[in-house]
Write a protein that binds this ligand. Structure first.
Ligand code: NOJ
Length: 978
């Protein structure tokens, strides 16, 4: 079989080469194009055109499901890869990657590859390759498909066809002429436009299935309309002539201070160009084909794009229009949601914050910054500084938990990871703090809702994390969807200007959330887009994401409702960030080397470390770590062998993980142990229950029938035949994140029935919960022998969790969000106020209204004991300290996280929470080892923010805890004297 394939491949290479030498296909020329301003030599000769080419052959790997994202390097496709059931590209000559890369200047023909295809059914279509034009100069090209080789492969009949922009496969198309010969089908495409997506399709027109090979040859046909056209070169020695006037203007001079450059540029701008800088559009799919787009960019009326394709060549094409064809050449800033990784996915923030290790966030976001910037996105919409107080709200998964102190440290660390010390560096990006502010306080946990927040709560709960991240240097902030009291946040001058600018002196810019400016109309707060734009910019919202409302500001200024100073100040802020990002010096990204910045081995090692430090061990009767003597392990549940759910709610570039828990566990278990993997049921049977008008909950007719979805017999059999069961259950990632509010915090679909049946076998069950929020799982807590809360762990979920299960690494994570017993209790967070009747007012129909697991809780494979808290009085200029001695009383080395909580007993400015986290440490102790751990009791540790924004610390009595979690340990009274 192998020999046959080789023969076919060689035959095909020979044929393809022959085609490449046909008269209307001159030999490939040396390719040179402008990928960097710093490397423009000889670039873009008149009439040069090129296409990029890729395959949709690996829909689930690396590039995501979107075939348009696969317009990349064909070197990714390897001959030795297993035969897929779709077309697969093999470079025609693997030793000559340029052959596969396909960038052909005008008139050249390049043999691109050989398709290895497989059809399952009669008359089945297979998409062989998807490609599109990314150079606006190209409108025509030809492609040959060696259909004769299809017949060569077997005695079957196959026909090639062409699909344009996802339409039905056609043998001919208005823009596509087809000519067939014995050898090949040639498609000539004319009148194509940028972003048109072409797909070569092969149809099996014979009976039965077969496999085949086909070759593709490309030729770019010179476009007479473009003859002689040359993009102006802007590149000068050490600077870019962005306004193409042959002189080095102030704003073009990298040696000038940023503020001077901003002023110089601002002076040259028309009102339309200024408003253009405040206009952010969305690029991708249909919008890329918008005929108005290029003129808009040429006029300098687009300041930013939300863009997520991850293909630098496409991004550069758009940037080239803004930079080289607009009057002032102001680069566009490309922004995207990169929340917990781009190519390497780390645990989603709620999970990673359970590491109580801000340094880990910094390291993870350093990787994300490198991967992202290399792809041409220089601005990430992260970190999320919202507080997680209500698990019904789907976006808690994107937060760093319920505590303002922990959240502040984690978010400041993320800013450092993204921006580094120089955001202009080619591996750094600008951070965007979101959602400013109060988004997590939405009523009932319903996304996008109103939020009633007092000034006291705003100052002491919701704002600290934003403030810490601003102090860490964050360049941008996103205003939020919710209202704060009666005013929608995007139009709230108090938070956007009085606090952010006047108090905090924030110098970057504020971008609205998605259409939030326009949504002011829906709120009933603005009458039309002009009114909305006026309200938003006057409040301090600088850039408008997607509403296209700010163009109206020209008239608002003319008629005196908005001052020119307000507009100019907003433009200044946007330009400042663009200068700080180095965009005026390096508007383009390297199209060739970006792949090497992705998913390096050390990145995956870090992702694995993050998984081990995020999964919280909530229960362990002693079954963990798994014994080396185990012979039979069953892995049951829909996440056990899953490639997608484990990645998390913001999958970056990925929708498929290479490793699953099943695979990793197989590698980690003793060699002679067997692992039986049973899915049992799906994670989400869309949903299996529905709520009727009258509130009753009944089975949903649309759900998968129970006998189709639930395979209890297989699961029970596997459990009975095992020494231990590992259950991998949870909620689908699609029910978390934006618009992911839930009324029930249960396992989804039939997972509870699956769990109950497996637990009833009496075998010890270790449950791993995969979820973006705390779930209320009484049966799981009670009946499992051990429980790990795994959250949404990312690319290395399998390996990291296997490390924990077999004890290669001991768990060290602590809950950053309390786990309620029942959804009726939420919002429930540890740092609530004491109230006037702290022991009353609880739910009468619950025996305990405590959380099931409070903030800070988490076990490891050993045990620790804490001494009583000692207060060491202030002396010799040193502040007072609280100290404890911690002993490792177990049999293994372990990492303990002692936490300092304070509670002010009397505060006249307002009632403070009964306890607040103000410090934590990591202490590694050997069995029998003890360590003294202390925390200073300074004003900073004890203080709060009053309603005028002043930091205050009161003399008086405080409770002090040093404990393994909130609501554990005994407080010590301490008097703070000035
Ligand atoms: C809406 C989301 O709320 C926000 O978090 C995100 O950054 C923007 N869309 C852009 O995708």
């Amino acid at each position: 079989m192998k020999t046959n394939v080789l023969i076919l491949v060689s035959a095909l290479i020979a044929r393809t080469a022959a085609i490449a030498a046909t008269p209307d296909a001159p030999p490939p020329a040396v390719i040179s194009f402008e990928s960097q301003v710093t490397n423009p030599a000889g670039s873009q000769a008149p009439g040069d055109q090129y296409v990029f080419f890729g395959a949709n052959a690996k829909p689930d790997e690396q590039e995501g499901d979107n075939p348009a994202m696969n317009l990349v390097n064909l070197r990714d496709f390897s001959v030795s890869a297993p035969i897929p059931d779709r077309g697969r590209l093999i470079p025609a000559n693997p030793k000559s990657p340029e052959c596969a890369r396909v960038m052909a200047p005008g008139g050249a023909s390049v043999t691109t590859g050989i398709l290895w295809s497989h059809w399952g059914k009669d008359n089945d279509y297979a998409d062989l390759a998807t490609f599109r034009i990314v150079n606006p100069a190209v409108t025509s090209f030809a492609i040959w498909v060696l259909d004769s080789t299809l017949k060569l492969a077997s005695n079957c009949n196959a026909a090639v066809a062409f699909r344009v922009n996802g339409g039905a496969p056609v043998a001919a198309h208005p823009t596509v002429q087809t000519a067939s010969s014995n050898e090949f089908t040639k498609f000539t495409v004319t009148g194509a436009s940028i972003s048109d997506v072409f797909t070569v399709v092969v149809r099996n027109s014979s009976k039965g299935s077969f496999r085949s090979l086909a070759g593709l040859t490309f030729s770019v046909i010179p476009n007479p309309a473009m003859a002689g056209k040359k993009f102006p070169s802007i590149c000068q020695e050490g600077w870019n002539d962005l306004n193409k006037n042959g002189r080095k203007d102030g704003y073009e001079d990298p040696a000038q201070p940023v503020e001077k450059r901003v002023e110089n540029l601002l002076k040259q701008m028309t009102q339309e160009e200024k408003l253009g800088q405040l206009n952010q559009l969305v690029l991708g799919g249909e919008s890329e084909r918008d005929p108005d787009l290029f003129p808009l960019m040429r006029r300098g009326e687009v300041g930013s794009y939300i863009w997520g394709r991850g293909v630098p060549a496409i991004r550069n094409q758009f940037q080239r229009i803004a930079v080289q064809e607009s009057r002032l050449g102001i680069p566009i800033v490309f922004g995207m949601d990169i929340i917990h990784g781009a190519s390497t996915l780390f645990p989603a923030s709620l999970g990673l914050s359970c590491s109580f290790d801000p340094g880990l966030f910094e390291r993870a976001q350093t990787v994300a910054a490198r991967e992202t910037r290399a792809e041409g996105v220089e601005w990430v919409f992260a970190p999320m500084c919202d507080l997680a107080r209500d698990p019904r709200w789907g976006r808690v998964v994107e937060t760093c938990g319920e505590d303002p102190y922990l959240s502040s440290l984690c978010n400041a660390a993320q800013v450092k990871g993204f921006q580094g010390s120089n955001p202009a560096a080619p591996d750094r990006v600008a951070a965007c703090l979101k959602h400013y502010v109060g988004y997590s306080a939405v009523t009932g946990g319903r996304d996008y809702n109103d939020a009633e927040i007092t000034e006291w709560t705003l100052r002491n709960a919701h704002l600290p994390s934003f403030h810490a991240a601003v102090q860490a240097g964050a360049l941008t902030i996103m205003s939020s969807f919710n209202s704060i009291g009666e005013i929608p946040a995007v139009a709230d001058r108090h938070t956007l200007t009085e606090i952010l600018r006047d108090e905090w002196k924030f110098g970057g810019f504020v971008v609205s959330d998605w259409s939030a400016v326009e949504y002011l109309i829906e709120w009933g707060y603005a009458k039309d887009k002009a009114d909305a734009a006026r309200l938003a910019i006057n409040a301090g919202n600088d850039m408008d994401m997607r509403s296209e409302a700010y163009a109206n500001l020209a008239k608002e200024v003319r008629e005196g409702r908005v001052s020119q100073t307000t507009v100019d100040e907003a433009v200044r802020r946007v330009l400042r960030v663009k200068f700080q990002l180095g965009l005026f010096e390096r508007p383009y990204v390297d199209e060739l080397s970006y792949k090497s910045a992705q998913k390096q081995p050390q990145d995956l090692a870090l992702a694995r470390e993050c998984v081990t430090k995020s999964a919280v061990l909530l229960k362990n009767t002693g079954i963990l770590p798994l014994s080396q003597e185990l012979k039979k392990v069953a892995l049951i549940g829909p996440v056990g062998d899953d490639h997608r759910e484990i990645l998390g709610c913001w999958g970056g570039r990925c929708s498929w993980s290479e490793t699953t828990l099943a695979k990793a566990l197989k590698d980690a278990l003793p060699k002679d142990a067997t692992l039986t993997v049973v899915k049992g049921c799906s994670i989400n049977t869309t949903p299996s229950m529905k709520t009727l008008q009258d509130g009753r909950i009944v089975p949903d007719d649309n759900a998968l029938p129970i006998d189709v979805d639930l395979k209890l017999d297989d699961a029970v059999l596997a459990a009975k035949n095992s020494d231990v069961v590992i259950m991998a259950v949870g909620e689908p990632k699609g029910l978390t994140g934006e618009n992911g509010s839930r009324a029930f915090l249960t396992l989804t679909g039939r997972q509870q029935a699956l769990f109950d049946a497996v637990a009833a076998t009496g075998k010890p069950v270790v449950t791993l919960v995969f979820s973006g929020r705390p779930l209320t799982l009484p049966e799981v807590w009670d009946k499992s022998a051990a429980v790990f809360y795994a959250w949404q762990p990312g690319s290395e979920a399998g390996n990291g969790l296997a490390d924990l299960l077999v004890g290669k690494v001991a768990p060290s994570a602590r809950l950053s969000m309390s786990v309620p017993r029942n959804v009726g209790q939420v919002p429930l967070f540890y740092n609530h106020v004491n109230t006037g009747r702290p022991r009353s007012g609880q739910y009468r129909d619950m025996t305990s209204t405590d959380a099931k697991f409070w903030f800070g809780y988490g076990l490891t494979y050993t045990t620790f004991e804490y001494s009583a808290v000692r207060i060491v009085p202030a002396a010799n200029g040193k502040p007072a300290e609280a100290a404890v001695t911690i002993s490792n009383t177990g049999k293994r080395e372990g990492d303990e996280v002692p936490q300092l909580y304070i509670g002010q007993l009397v505060c006249h400015a307002g009632a403070r929470p009964r306890q607040e986290l103000r410090g934590f440490k990591h202490v590694k102790l050997q069995p029998g080892e003890k360590a003294a751990v202390s925390f200073p009791l300074t004003g900073e540790v004890l203080g709060y923010i009053d309603c005028a924004g002043n930091t205050r610390v009161d003399a008086g009595e405080y409770n002090i805890w040093i404990a393994p979690s909130a609501h554990q340990g005994t407080p010590m009274k301490f008097e703070f004297v000035r």
